[in-house]
Design a binder for this molecule. Structure first.
Ligand SMILES: *[C@@H]1O[C@H](CO)[C@@H](O)[C@H](O)[C@H]1NC(C)=O
Ligand SMILES: *[C@@H]1O[C@H](CO)[C@@H](O)[C@H](O)[C@H]1NC(C)=O
Ligand SMILES: *[C@@H]1O[C@H](CO)[C@@H](O)[C@H](O)[C@H]1NC(C)=O
Length: 197
C-alpha cells in the first residue's frame, strides 16, 4: 500500500514537473487546480457559505441507498459575498456520466418524514456531458436545514459501487454545494466525503 502511494506521489511530482517545465517554455500554463475540476465558473473554497455536507455517508432502504446529510454552520467569513448566501440551491456530485444508468433513483429525505424523488441533471459543455451530476431547485435555507436535516440519497444498481460512480480521490465522493451569494457571487464550496469510517 505505502509503496503504491509513494509511487503515485512520485508520478504526481514528475507530472507536475513536466507541466511546470512546459509552462516555462512558453506553452499554455497549467489549468488552475480545483478540488472539483468538472465544476467551473464558481468559487470552490470550502466553508465559504452557511451550508455543509456531513463527513459520514449513511445507508438507507432500499439496498444500495447512500445518503448525504446536509447541515448548516457559520461561514468562515460572514463579510464575503459567499458568506452572505441565504439558500442552498444545488448539490453537485463529481460523478461518472458513463455510469449514469447505474443510478436507480435520487431521493430527498428529511426528518419531518418527507421523501420525494428528484431527477438529477448531467451538465453539458458544448456537445459533451461533464462528469457532473446536479440536483437543482432545492432552495433550502439554513433555518429549514437546521430543523429538517435533509439528506440527498442515491440508490444505485447492485453492480455499481458508490466509489465507481464518484470520481476524484479514491474512497470519497466530491460534492459542491451551490449558492448564489451577495452581488450575484457564484459559490460552490467543495467537500470530499469519505465513503466509510
Ligand atoms: C474555516 O474555519 C474553521 C474553523 O476556524 C477551520 O477549521 C477551517 O479550516 C476553515 N476552512 C477554510 C476553508 O478556511
Ligand atoms: C445530519 O446532521 C444533523 C446535524 O448535524 C444531525 O443532527 C443528524 O443526526 C444527521 N443525520 C444523519 C442521518 O446523519
Ligand atoms: C461504469 O463505467 C465504467 C467506464 O467508465 C464501466 O467500465 C463500468 O462497466 C460502469 N459500471 C456500471 C455499473 O455502469
Amino acid at each position: 500500500m505505502d509503496r503504491i502511494r509513494l509511487t503515485i506521489a512520485l508520478v504526481a511530482v514528475l507530472c507536475f514537473g513536466t507541466v511546470q517545465a512546459r509552462s516555462l517554455m512558453g506553452k499554455s500554463s497549467p489549468p488552475p487546480s480545483l478540488p472539483f475540476p468538472a465544476l467551473t465558473n464558481c468559487q470552490q473554497k470550502a466553508d465559504s457559505t452557511p451550508f455543509r455536507v456531513s463527513m459520514t455517508v449513511t445507508k438507507a432502504i432500499p439496498a444500495q441507498t447512500f445518503c448525504f446529510n446536509i447541515t448548516t454552520a457559520t461561514p468562515n467569513n460572514t463579510a464575503t459575498s459567499c458568506g452572505k448566501a441565504t439558500k442552498l440551491e444545488r448539490v453537485q456530485f463529481w460523478a461518472a456520466y458513463a455510469n449514469r444508468t447505474g443510478i436507480t433513483t435520487i431521493t430527498v429525505r428529511d426528518t419531518k418524514g418527507a421523501q420525494k424523488t428528484v431527477s438529477g441533471a448531467w451538465i453539458k459543455s458544448g456537445n459533451t456531458y461533464n462528469d457532473e451530476l446536479v440536483i437543482a431547485n432545492l432552495g433550502w435555507t439554513a433555518g429549514y436545514i437546521a430543523t429538517a436535516s435533509p439528506r440527498i440519497c442515491l440508490t444505485l444498481h447492485a453492480d455499481l459501487p458508490l466509489d465507481t460512480l464518484c470520481l476524484g480521490p479514491a474512497g470519497r465522493c466530491t460534492i459542491g454545494l451551490y449558492s448564489t451569494g451577495a452581488s450575484s457571487a457564484k459559490c460552490c464550496p467543495v467537500y470530499t466525503v469519505p465513503l466509510s469510517a
